[in-house]
Design a protein around this ligand. Sequence first.
Ligand code: G6P
Length: 369
Amino acid sequence: EEIEKGGYDHFMLKEIYEQPRAILDTYRGRLLADQGLIRMAGIDEHLEKFLNANRIIIVACGTSWHAGLVAEYIFEDLARIPVEVEYASEFRYRNPVITDKDVLIAISQSGETADTLAAIKMAKEKGAFVFGVCNVVGSSIARETHAGAYTHAGPEIGVASTKAFTTQITVLTLMALKLAKEKGVFSQSKFHEFLTELETIPAKVEKALESNALIEVIANVYKDSTNCLYLGRGYNFPVALEGALKLKEISYIHAEGYPAAEMKHGPIALIDEQMPVFVIATKKGHYEKVVSNIQEIKSRKGKIIAIVTEGDTQVRELADHVVEVPETLESLTPLLTTIPLQLLSYHIAVMRGCNVDQPRNLAKSVTVE
Ligand code: G6P
């Protein structure tokens, strides 16, 4: 096992650090920037299904569901296709309206999650076209779907999902970009801009990982907290949910993710000098609005830890701590902003003496409902 950890103390840390490589492996052979195209067999062979779809329904559980939420923003914003994102366990039991004009995308790292598998079977019976985004090759979900795309993240051992999340987002981004191009929503030059930017992401993730030592310092300050709040807007709202989930899963600290603007409808009542608030405040995407949310937290004496774009000065003046990530297109920011939040949860869990790779009561793959 020590050999498998490749010199890292835990699988989770190894998998966090594998992300530049995993993301590259995910788009390798698919993203052909020099030819100005994206090649994905699972979509190429069923293009009409996607182009004629009334809507896309995404089903998943846990972290994969958060990747689905990011995908909702990506598909709607870039490809202009309506999307619904559902917890598989709710979807399958609520007698949903599904037609043969719907495309269902099931996202699952393991490809074995019982609720997701059941949702797929139901959607197939109702005539939907079902596409799988899985990591484990030959898994039940990969076999049960009409078509799909693997994430190629490599084995993920840590129960808390890390590289599976960013590679799922990578696959879903490729899909959305391809469909945007095929639908004529994107010009060739806009498409090209996205392709070339996507190619810079592995290096930018690498850069984001360089904040590790700073994040360790921050983790040490907040490791004894009993509650934490995570806020983000737009593309980074799901990242806030995922940040909170990571902390809950491995450090057993209660954490809540919220859309920053929704804070005033409840969570703001919790804010006092004991409450760390992690805010994703990157330059693109409602930046000024997030800054005013930060001011609201500050005036209530909450502790502010902000994830900002490199070179940011405005948030730095307000926040107790800032962690920088490189600049990128708004729709690609989740691939970067997620990284410091993963590292933060990891360090807090280690400092609290928790079993990082196998947290209590959790399983890597949930094959029972
Ligand atoms: C479990 C795991 C999570 C995972 C979720 C969905 O809860 O602990 O890390 O996100 O299942 O798993 P899947 O394999 O379907 O992505």
